[in-house]
Design a protein around this ligand. Structure first.
Ligand SMILES: Nc1ncnc2c1ncn2[C@@H]1O[C@H](COP(=O)(O)OP(=O)(O)OP(=O)(O)O)[C@@H](O)[C@H]1O
Ligand SMILES: [Mg+2]
Length: 471
């Protein structure tokens, strides 16, 4: 048995019902989670009331093994012996297996065949394409459809609908959220509007990154192989940075374009200097990219009320087409008794939103544990939230720095907010953990033909809505 640190002990022993623990990689988070489970079992908690959630199948198997092995170490204890006998009744699984089980138990509520199978990715793609085609056919006489046809190429439209749909499926109330966002688009440029404020916040964060790049460039200048004349260019870069920083912070809209000083060095460089120059140049390119991104984010000078209206129309039309496609896609999967990963989550939320089902689930799973919770998405967070009530215990561990599933739209921001960045911090108010997506349009290169890009959850940037306006 390890010598638990004081912090670990506090977390293992704490009676607080909602506890979230953030700590670095390999610092013993899972070990603490397992130990906390063992402690509760030792104290007589019923094994069948445990739900332990992981995010991959190997992680679930490992979790089972770790719990079993810990229990084996103490098998002389009567409660532990009982727990070992009953271990099968503990629900230790991925969140998707858990959702599947929930759906099988409550299939009537969803109206699905209880013998459903998991939808193969290729089949899913094919059915989605069919649903998209059907949706276009059904909406072909609507204004929105004409608008999309006029403004976008057909295959791009399909790609955007696909991306938008998969992003929306990571949210608990996908189309409600989308409607709120579309309705929230300001009708004309307005620096006080939350959209602008969000943009400004994103910009400020990006400015911090630029500062880091500039510092690294300065460090490089101290190298023996540094080309001395480059220092002057660096000084100009720093000046430019300060100008832009000031423009952004003075809520000055628009922020003008970046005028970078041309990079030139003497011809007769030594090999060492040549190597240094290559490295420095790649860092400077990063600096330029970051600065251009900032300008693109806040550069509103080409925005007119007409263009805002254009964007709202396009978004509205996309939203409608995506909703129809999704409806037909769901119907088509339902007819074939197929369920994909998004359905599992969406259906689980639906089931747990039913008062009777929720009460039943809450009384069954008294102890909910989540490992690697930095990987959680908004909808998964909702599922866990729905399992909570005053009598239940929730324990989550994770490390926000390790988020491997960003690309699957997990929202580490949720965890970040929830954890208050502190190890073992006790959350008194679960409200802080509620997803509050921020709708941030990145209006890059407005006139340069990219119509709109990025409607994002805070810092998470799913690659959707990057679309060229049809010529
Ligand atoms: N206080 C401790 N003393 C000695 N060993 C410890 C202590 N705490 C944890 N360990 C050991 O450190 C190793 C890593 O622990 P664990 O897997 O729980 O870390 P983790 O934080 O979950 O890692 P990851 O970030 O990879 O999920 C394990 O072998 C565990 O038994
Ligand atoms: Mg771990």
């Amino acid at each position: 048995m390890p010598n638990w640190t004081i912090e670990q002990q506090r977390v293992i022993q704490s009676d607080t019902k909602e506890l979230i623990c953030s700590a670095a990689a390999g610092s013993g988070k899972t070990a603490v989670l397992v130990e906390r489970i063992v402690r509760l079992l030792r104290e007589g908690a019923e094994p069948s009331s445990f739900l332990v959630i992981t995010f991959t199948n190997p992680a679930a198997s490992e979790m089972k093994e770790r719990i079993r092995s810990k229990l084996m170490d103490e098998r002389d204890h009567p409660m532990i012996r009982y727990a070992l006998d009953q271990m099968e009744s503990m629900q230790i699984s991925t969140i998707h297996s858990f959702c599947q089980q929930l759906i099988r138990n409550q299939f009537q509520l969803i109206g699905i065949d209880p013998k459903f199978t998991v939808c193969d990715e290729a089949i899913g793609k094919k059915l989605f394409h069919e649903a998209f085609t059907d949706a276009c056919e059904k909406l072909k006489d609507t204004e929105e459809y004409h608008l999309l046809k006029k403004r976008f190429e057909a295959d791009k439209t399909e790609q955007m609908v696909t991306d938008l749909n998969s992003f929306l499926m990571s949210l608990p109330d996908p189309f409600g959220w989308m409607r709120r966002m579309v309705d929230g688009i300001p009708v004309q440029p307005d620096p006080d509007h939350p959209w602008y404020q969000t943009l400004r916040k994103m910009t400020e964060e990006k400015l911090t990154l630029v500062q880091i790049t500039l510092n690294r460039m300065e460090k490089m200048l101290a190298h023996p192989d540094a080309v001395e004349s480059v220092r002057e260019i660096w000084k100009k870069d720093v000046e430019l940075f300060h100008v832009k920083q000031k423009e952004v912070s003075s809520s000055q809209i628009p922020v003008g374009k970046c005028d970078f000083k041309t990079f030139s060095t003497p011809r007769d460089l030594s090999d060492g200097q040549k190597e240094w120059k290559e490295k420095y140049l790649s860092l400077r390119n990063r600096f330029k990219e970051q600065m251009n991104e900032i300008v693109a984010l806040v550069n509103m000078e080409e925005n007119t009320p007409d263009e805002w209206k254009n964007m709202q129309e396009s978004l509205c039309a996309f939203s409608k087409l995506t909703e129809k496609t999704n409806e037909l896609f769901c119907q088509s999967k339902m007819n074939r008794a197929l369920v994909d990963f998004s359905d599992m989550e969406q259906y689980a939320v639906k089931i747990l939103s039913d008062p009777a089902c929720r009460a039943q689930a809450q009384s069954l799973w008294r102890y909910v544990f989540v490992d690697e919770c930095q990987d959680i998405s908004a909808i998964q967070n909702r599922i866990i939230e729905l399992l909570q009530c005053d009598d239940n215990h929730l324990f989550m561990v994770g490390d926000v720095k390790q988020s491997i599933y960003r690309f699957r739209l997990a929202d580490p921001l949720l965890f970040w907010i929830g954890s208050g960045k502190l190890t073992g911090r006790i959350i008194r108010n679960r409200n802080v953990f509620i997803c509050r997506p921020i709708f941030a349009p990145e209006m890059k290169f407005w006139r340069r033909r990219i119509l709109f890009s990025g409607i994002l959850c805070g810092r998470v940037s799913p690659n959707w809505i990057i679309q060229r306006e049809k010529n």
